[in-house]
Write a protein that binds this ligand. Structure first.
Ligand SMILES: [Zn+2]
Length: 254
């Protein structure tokens, strides 16, 4: 089976009239002088990163990648996420962080290798926790300071060096809202290649404290009843799945 070509422009993916990833006929865009091409030896697929401002060819359009996730199944989303993450990592990883030499393709999979010092680099994944905190029938949802659409989402943050996922979750909840949580339960995960996150989803229950937001990051945090939810993140995101209890289905299938 011949590989599939995934063409990206930042957080968007090029799709054909049917909403599927643009096949080889659109790959002429790869000839664009500033395009970056990455061939994945493991999957046989290709990822192409286009510079901002590149126009879609006739019959194709750019779609936000989360919308693509919503429209496709988990197997296809894993393929698209992989190519997005790989193309992005290869496009931005040019020089050895130890000695500054230009990197070359490595001998293992998608690695890069330094010809001077031998350092081997692999595509990075940054683990992030995302959690839906509940208090009886109520859900804790937060609006980020960067949000311009009035969207309330689940609490999320990067795992720090030396932490377990559970410690990161407790720390993030405490920092962003001043609350304590208990009964942390794993719910499921999602690759989120913007640029390189693995979102690890959990449910947690309120244990104590009053909401005291971290104003540098959070514009508002409140308890919402299920029958009066605010504007939520779009379907296809792990936050939407956590809020609607759809991650368990996801885990059970795979
Ligand atoms: Zn080096």
């Amino acid at each position: 089976m011949s590989g599939k070509t995934y063409i990206f422009r930042g957080r968007e993916i090029l799709v054909d009239g049917g909403g599927d990833a643009a096949a080889a006929e659109a790959a002429s865009l790869a000839a664009c002088p500033d395009a970056f091409r990455c061939d994945d030896p493991q999957s046989g697929n290709t990822g192409i990163e286009l510079p901002a401002g590149t126009e879609a060819p006739a019959g194709f359009r750019f779609l936000p990648i989360p919308s693509y996730f919503f429209a496709h199944d988990d197997a296809e989303n894993a393929r698209a996420s992989r190519m997005k993450g790989l193309a992005q990592w290869h496009a931005k990883t040019r020089f050895c962080p130890s000695c500054g030499q230009a990197l070359q393709p490595g001998s293992i999979g998608n690695s890069l290798e330094c010809p001077a010092c031998g350092r081997l680099l692999f595509p990075r994944i940054e683990p992030c926790i995302i959690t839906l905190v509940t208090r009886g029938d109520e859900l804790l949802l937060l609006r980020n300071v960067k949000d311009r659409e009035g969207i309330y989402a689940c609490l999320a943050g990067f795992v720090e060096i030396g932490e377990t996922l559970e410690q990161a979750l407790r720390r993030e909840v405490r920092e962003e809202t001043g609350l304590e949580v208990k009964n942390i339960r794993y719910a499921g995960s999602q690759a989120w290649p913007f640029p390189d996150q693995l979102m690890v989803g959990f449910y947690a229950e309120y244990e104590g404290g009053e909401i005291r937001i971290q104003e540098s990051e959070i514009a508002d945090a409140r308890w919402f009843r299920r029958d009066a939810l605010p504007k939520l993140p779009r379907p296809g995101s792990i936050a939407w799945r956590l809020i609607h209890g759809r991650l368990e289905d996801n885990c059970a299938r795979h």
